[in-house]
Design a binder for this molecule. Structure first.
Ligand code: G1P
Length: 895
């Protein structure tokens, strides 16, 4: 194997690979937002689906990508007999082994090229899903004669149609094939199962799966094999189908209904003179409306139409990727960044499911993911983010918890798909973090006063109780005593989420871990577990609330009456925060008051008094953590387990330390500057990998932690047990930059980029994966919250371009390493609906800490000079008056 897996070929993220087909489990995503979603490998394995219950190709997990026989095949039969799979999937290894292979891919298409000397043919197969939203994947096949003789061959596209729910893989697999009603069409095969067997019961089937094909003259197949039974034949399989190997014509008399379906389309024999080429189009689609198939087909029924669609699709994704553009000293980084930049969009479409690594999901995203993916939207399109944010707040329950799965359609909240009542204690953190970013970028403080409802289902008092009388007819919106849907402001929702948690404490007066926090794997400490690290973040949130309330400049804040219970310091009987009993009692009182409904009565609280109460609570948290959780070992303890024992520090003669437990005290400001320095020394000592340079999520605890969570039952070095978990690593980098530790933040960011692009180890295409395992292999590609955080860190911290209540802040934290080969680097983004490129000019290539901003030039006009500061603010109005709607250049001179 060559020592690189891929190389970029332009500055738009396009790359090629000559060995991609040799890496098991390497996949590429294809999608549009209709939604149809695919994964495709170098030999066209992978699946296609619109949701969990509608898979056109058999669902493929990581391990299936090279083990499954089901793939998108394209057979060539030559006379005298020679058989070649143009996609490289055939039992006849001798024929395909020496194929000259190349994969090219870009935003968002894949092309494989195979040249086969024995047949004298070259096949180029381009796969993409049109950006124009039709529910199809397109295979565009070009066959060229590369020999010096005329080559005559019979081409057959062969797509096995699975056509049902993922559930049926091992649940009524055979019985569901009996539902298949297969229709032959002039251009292919349509399969419409009579019933859908899925989690919602047996319903009349209305999903149709189709495989249509045509040649360059828009002529359909000459013969169709509509069942796998006939196509494969007895004693064989999809890699050596009998009709191909024995050149058999279909048996027109055979029964085709109620069988495993096949989209095998045999085209008329072709003869190509040397250098001549021909092409075929194969459309693989899923629709709820069979009648639409013809009109979809008509939009792609010629090579010219398909090629046009491919160009439109490329343009669509390139535009998305270019929303934030980096011009650093390293072209590869800029290209790679372009891929990371579309990942938040990929996660919006795929959710946390539907790519081969993500075989635990049934669609949709978790609450935490929803909000973190929104960070990216708040940066790139605050206008669109606004309505999404308001909508998402309707998922908050009156007990501060929330619906956990958010479906593909925006408004669909699902309490829990598996009907298990669970509460993640960190869920209240993220909405404020995201809303605050949105407010900074847009200046739109008014969003806080927008009103929305609360989520209501049978789960009460943070899943401690269940409302047995509740039935779905109630709807998903909380009502008041007069049975009217209750609505409160966004600010009120934020207060609910953060105030409740202040009182929701465990044995050491830190906030209860409940069913887990950010680390989903800490799920076995429900009764007594505590998350100190997210307690620190709740402290920060309470402070952030003070800040936005003060900024809002309202004399009074309106809230529902019962919420006042939690503003104890404004009452006649403020409680003692050191007493967990008093806290729990007060929380119990609140839960009782809002258990089934709210009164609907509103009260006003003076903003300054509200701020006083919140500050008091926030300060208490900081003091408490400082007093109790700074360890002699020189870092913070972040957890207590179900046995009420401390999780981190020197335990059984070995250091136990997690990166999560250090990140949030730093991010929240609980850690002092001195402590950050000590933490950094210890993170390097205990968590940095000496060989790979990356930072592990935790040290090896060397034993299962059944009173903490499943994470420690995973092998050390993978997933939530000590992997190089990018989400946390990026958040760690983010908070280091935010606290002014640019050199150290840069080291973390660099380690992630280097591990991604060390393709000999990472074995993935350009993207930021969820994590790298102990061998440095990239795992769970594309769908990860770390992408949003990565973009956030690069834009707002490293380049330091961000909003502050609507004004533009320029506060670079670029280190000299970033100016290695150039004196000017830049980032292009949008701000205040203006496209801006911010160029950082560092003539003496000085390091962070050594330079300051000396001059700002906007569109060639000096805005400020003779400065000597780390940060410069351009007021929004001034920015608007000095910039235009097209393209604006801000030059920042660093001296
Ligand atoms: C995933 C989940 C995220 C969770 C994390 C750790 O991370 O999506 O919600 O916090 O695991 O358990 P991601 O896929 O975002 O990288």
């Amino acid at each position: 194997m060559k020592n690189y897996l891929w190389k970029f070929t332009d500055n738009q993220g396009t790359f090629y690979s000559d060995n991609a087909q040799r890496i098991n489990s390497l996949y590429f995503p294809l999608c549009n937002s209709s939604p149809i979603m695919s994964s495709v490998t170098g030999d066209l394995h992978g699946d296609i689906k619109t949701n969990f219950n509608s898979f056109l190709l058999q669902p493929a997990s990581r391990i299936d990508l090279n083990n499954l026989k089901s793939s998108r095949n394209f057979w060539i039969y030559l006379n005298p007999k020679k058989i070649w799979s143009a996609s490289g999937v055939s039992k006849d290894i001798a024929t395909i082994k020496n194929d000259d292979f190349r994969l090219e891919a870009g935003l968002l298409w894949q092309k494989i090229t195979r040249k086969n000397k024995k047949t004298g043919l070259k096949a180029e197969i381009t796969s993409f899903i049109p950006a124009s939203l039709e529910p199809i994947e397109i295979m565009y096949v070009e066959i060229t004669n590369i020999s010096s003789k005329t080559v005559q061959f019979i081409p057959t596209a062969a797509i096995p149609i699975y056509g049902r729910s993922c559930n049926n893989l091992h649940d009524h697999r055979h019985v569901t094939s009996l539902l298949n009603r297969i229709q032959k069409d002039e251009f292919g095969v349509i399969v419409t199962p009579t019933l859908s067997f899925d989690e919602s019961g047996h319903k009349k089937g209305n999903t149709s799966y189709f495989v249509f094909g045509l040649d360059e003259k828009s002529v359909g197949p000459e013969y169709i094999y509509p069942t796998q039974e006939e196509f494969i034949g007895d004693g064989s399989d999809l890699e050596a189908p009998v009709v191909i190997y024995n050149n058999l014509l279909p048996d027109r008399m055979s029964n085709i209904q109620g069988k495993e379906a096949m989209g095998a389309l045999r085209f008329k024999e072709k003869a190509l003179r040397p250098k001549e080429y021909t092409c075929f189009i194969v459309l693989l689609g899923i629709t709820q409306d069979k009648k639409k198939i013809k009109s979809i087909f008509n939009r792609f029924n010629s090579p010219a139409k398909v090629r046009r669609s491919l160009e439109t699709t490329k343009y669509f994704w390139q535009k998305k990727s270019a929303q934030i553009l980096v011009h650093s000293t390293e072209g590869d980084f800029d290209n790679w960044f372009g891929w990371v930049n579309i990942q938040p969009e990929l996660r919006r479409i795929f959710g946390c499911s539907f790519l081969p690594d993500f075989d635990y999901g049934k669609g949709g995203r978790g609450w935490r993911d929803l909000w973190q993916d929104c960070l990216h939207l708040a940066l790139t399109n605050p206008k669109e983010a606004r309505s999404l944010l308001i909508n998402n707040f309707a998922g908050v329950r009156i007990d501060g918890s929330n619906a956990t799965i958010i479906g593909q359609a925006r408004v669909e909240f699902i309490a829990d798909r598996n009907n298990i009542s669970r509460v993640w204690m960190d869920h209240g953190i993220w909405p404020l973090f995201t809303a605050h970013l949105y407010i900074h970028q847009s200046g739109d403080l008014k969003i806080l006063l927008e009103k929305t409802s609360y989520f209501r289902d049978p789960q009460l008092s943070r899943a401690k109780e269940k409302d047995l009388s509740w039935n779905p007819a109630y709807g998903q919106k909380l009502k008041d005593r007069s049975k009217k849907i209750y609505k409160g402001t966004i600010l009120e929702h934020l207060l609910v989420q953060n105030l409740i948690q202040f009182f929701n404490v465990g044995p050491h007066n830190h906030i209860r871990l409940e069913n887990a926090d950010w680390n989903d794997g800490l799920d076995m400490a429900y009764q007594n577990g505590e998350s100190v690290t997210f307690t620190a973040m709740y402290g920060k949130n309470l402070m952030s609330l003070c800040e936005i309330i003060e900024r809002l400049k309202q004399k009074n804040i309106v809230i529902f009456k019962e919420l006042r219970i939690l503003l104890d310091s404004l009452s006649n009987a403020p409680i003692n925060y050191d007493s967990l009993k008093e806290k729990q009692r007060l929380l119990g009182k609140y839960f009782e008051a809002v258990k089934y409904e709210v009164s609907g009565e509103k009260v006003t609280v003076e903003a300054s008094k509200l701020v006083y109460d919140l500050k008091k609570k926030a300060e208490w948290i900081t003091r408490h953590i400082q007093k109790t959780e700074w360890l002699k070992s020189g870092f913070f303890n972040g957890y207590y387990n179900n046995n009420k024992q401390r999780v981190e520090g020197m335990i059984n003669g070995a250091i136990r330390m997690t990166l999560v437990s250090q990140t949030f005290p730093i991010m929240s400001g609980v850690a002092t500057e001195g402590q950050v320095k000590i933490i950094l020394k210890n993170v390097k000592k205990y968590l940095q990998d000496k060989k790979l340079g990356g930072f592990h999520l935790n040290t090896d605890f060397k034993s299962e932690q059944l009173s903490l969570g499943r994470a420690f039952s995973f092998v050390y070095g993978d997933k939530e047990n000590g992997a190089f978990f990018n989400h946390m690593a990026v958040m760690f980098a983010y908070c280091l930059y935010a606290r002014g530790f640019a050199k150290e933040g840069h080291e973390v960011i660099n380690s992630i980029y280097n591990m991604s692009c060390d393709t000999e180890k990472s074995k993935i295409y350009p993207c930021l994966p969820e994590y790298f395992n102990a061998e440095g292999r990239g795992m769970y590609s594309y769908l990860t919250g770390s992408a949003s955080w990565f973009i956030l860190t690069v834009l707002t911290q490293i380049f330091g371009i961000r909003g502050e209540y609507g004004d533009l802040v320029i506060e670079p934290k670029l280190v000299s390493d970033e100016f290695k080969t150039k004196k000017t680097i830049s980032i292009t983004t949008s701000f205040a609906q203006r496209r801006i490129e911010v160029r950082f000019i560092n003539p003496s290539k000085k390091d962070f800490g050594k330079y300051s901003i000396s001059k700002i030039i906007l569109n060639g006009r000096v805005v400020a000079k003779d400065l000597n500061r780390g940060r410069f603010v351009i007021l929004r109005d001034r920015l608007l008056s000095l910039t235009n709607n097209n393209y604006n250049v801000i030059e920042v001179i660093l001296d």
